[in-house]
Ligand binder design. Structure first.
Ligand SMILES: [Fe+2]
Ligand SMILES: [Fe+2]
Length: 256
């Protein structure tokens, strides 16, 4: 019988896996966020006292999660690229396209960072999340462009050959209409001085899904060095409005 037909089996295997992962943590208990559980249709929080009662000899995890790649004491953006960002290829391909197209370093950096919201945190409103993460460290042109790409990609600009992506019709349906706040942000962005920087993210974005393209993070280390202010304390240990976001990425399962 197909095991997927039996939800009992699946949930037993999930429990087993959870148990195994718990053991990999040694003497620590890792919990899951409410947001994580919502994906399974549950609005609930793990009970601290119940977990401690079930694991009387363990403390809650209050630092690095041993299941994840270790981060250095003073992490840089490149360390997050290597150890915390998924879908690196998409970002690197997009930035490579911009580089080959002869665009400015700000445009290349914007392309390199445009989807870090989705590559690290969450899909919903990823342009806004990504912009907030980088805002204290980059020129405002770069963070503005990352934020606005969220809205601009839903609207064509024939002056640069950007059409509404066929992929969105395939993914969201032909009758999908962006929400009013997206339309509003697009209207605001249209006449902004950095409009074209953000538009160039969209232009370099749609051509960036070739699984065979050869890309290398090393090609961008110098551009990052020149255009992303690395805090001397390490990214996340400085005191900016987004430091906590980087710390959360570093220690996503910390109890508090
Ligand atoms: Fe995006
Ligand atoms: Fe993208």
């Amino acid at each position: 019988m197909n095991e997927h037909a039996n939800p009992q089996n699946l949930s037993a295997r999930a429990d087993e896996l959870e148990e195994k992962m718990m053991h990999e943590l040694g003497e620590h208990i890792a919990t899951k966020s409410v947001l994580f559980r919502m994906a399974d249709g549950k609005i609930e929080m793990e009970s601290g006292p119940a977990l401690r009662a079930a694991n009387p000899d363990k403390y809650f995890l209050m630092g690095a999660d041993p299941r994840l790649p270790a981060m250095p004491k003073k992490p840089t953006l490149i360390d997050f690229f290597k150890n915390r960002f998924a879908s690196l290829n998409h970002l690197l391909q997009s930035a490579t396209h911009a580089l080959k197209g002869g665009h400015s370093e700000k445009v290349v950096l914007a392309c390199l960072l445009h989807d870090i919201g989705v590559a690290s945190f969450i899909r919903c409103d990823h342009g806004y999340w990504g912009a907030q993460m980088i805002e204290p460290y980059v020129d405002e042109e770069v963070s503005w462009a990352v934020r606005a790409h969220q809205a601009l990609r839903f609207f064509p600009d024939r002056s640069v050959g950007y059409e509404y992506p066929q992929m969105y019709i395939d993914n969201f349906g032909a009758d999908y209409k962006p929400e009013p706040y997206i339309v509003r942000d697009y209207e605001r962005a249209k006449n902004h001085k950095y409009y074209m920087t953000s538009r160039l993210i969209c232009v370099n974005d749609i051509y960036s899904f070739d699984p065979n393209a050869k890309v290398d993070l090393d090609d961008f280390v110098d551009i990052v060095g020149r255009n992303f202010k690395q805090p001397k304390e390490g990214l996340g240990f400085d005191n900016t409005p987004s430091s906590h976001m980087w710390r959360t990425l570093m220690w996503p399962t910390r109890f508090l």
